[in-house]
Write a protein that binds this ligand. Structure first.
Ligand SMILES: *[C@@H]1O[C@H](CO)[C@@H](O)[C@H](O)[C@H]1NC(C)=O
Ligand SMILES: *[C@@H]1O[C@H](CO)[C@@H](O)[C@H](O)[C@H]1NC(C)=O
Ligand SMILES: *[C@@H]1O[C@H](CO)[C@@H](O)[C@H](O)[C@H]1NC(C)=O
Ligand SMILES: *[C@@H]1O[C@H](CO)[C@@H](O)[C@H](O)[C@H]1NC(C)=O
Ligand SMILES: *[C@@H]1O[C@H](CO)[C@@H](O)[C@H](O)[C@H]1NC(C)=O
Ligand SMILES: *[C@@H]1O[C@H](CO)[C@@H](O)[C@H](O)[C@H]1NC(C)=O
Length: 196
């Protein structure tokens, strides 16, 4: 029996996909049950390595949802649409296994219904870009089950900027591949250390 190479490739690909991406959770199916705020005002420019970002989150009781299965939360820093343009490595995908919107972890914490505050010292190596904050709720099985974010559904409001030593232009122009995989920040830090 002859098997077309494309079929083999597809089979291999689907095995790989099942093995490494088993969660298959879609953002659009999650309950938007958290109210999330960040201390940054619209358009504010925060300095990486200098400024702090204070975030708060709480369950929204008005939605009459159950939070009985909520175990932990993950707060993340996410790219605003303007910083995703032309960047496939930052693309938004409803399937969270493939979503690249929120690559930076701010903090993880046990789920608590209210009174959650976290002050994040913005790391020096944070890339210059426009951002918002999203907090995911995770169940015991490690699957996301709900979330909340500081911007609206279309990601147009309450966006802020972070000014880092890793400039967006330099990163994409000079280091299209290496910059993305290793973090251009390391190169800068190394250079600084060598100079000093
Ligand atoms: C950020 O927080 C740290 C630790 O609380 C504090 O020392 C520092 O002054 C804060 N930075 C700014 C710019 O407020
Ligand atoms: C959303 O909340 C409802 C009511 O609590 C619940 O039945 C449903 O399973 C939740 N959806 C997800 C994805 O957790
Ligand atoms: C919580 O998890 C249990 C067990 O998986 C499930 O039966 C129940 O429907 C879940 N409750 C909610 C509100 O999602
Ligand atoms: C919120 O947390 C602060 C600091 O941990 C505590 O002093 C305060 O009592 C808490 N408030 C509520 C309503 O739980
Ligand atoms: C910044 O550095 C930390 C620790 O070295 C690393 O875990 C993190 O991924 C880096 N962040 C970026 C955006 O490169
Ligand atoms: C988001 O944008 C779409 C299309 O531009 C619009 O139909 C929808 O009302 C917007 N939703 C919100 C929450 O602003």
């Amino acid at each position: 029996m002859e098997v077309h190479p494309a079929v083999v490739g597809l089979l291999l690909l689907s095995c790989f996909a099942t093995a490494s991406y088993a969660h298959n959770v879609h953002l659009s199916t999650l309950n938007v049950s958290l109210i999330v705020t960040a201390s940054a005002t619209t358009g504010q420019v925060l300095k990486a390595g200098v400024d702090n970002l204070t975030i708060t989150w709480a369950f929204n009781p008005n939605l009459r949802l159950s939070d009985s299965n909520y175990t932990t939360v993950e707060a993340k820093l996410c790219y605003g649409p303007v910083s995703q343009t032309g960047r496939d490595d930052r693309k938004t995908d409803d399937n969270l296994d493939f979503d690249e919107t929120c690559p930076i972890d701010i903090t993880d914490a046990p789920y608590k219904r209210s009174n959650n505050t976290y002050t994040w010292a913005i790391p020096k190596n944070t890339t210059s870009a426009t951002y918002f904050v999203r907090v995911y709720v995770v169940k015991a099985n490690k699957h996301e089950t709900a979330y909340g974010q500081t911007t609206d559904a279309n990601k147009t409001t309450n966006l802020f900027q972070i000014d880092g030593i890793v400039s967006e232009q330099k990163e994409s122009a000079a280091w299209p591949v290496i910059g993305n995989s290793f973090g251009y920040g390391y190169a800068w830090l190394l250079m600084l250390i060598l100079i000093l």
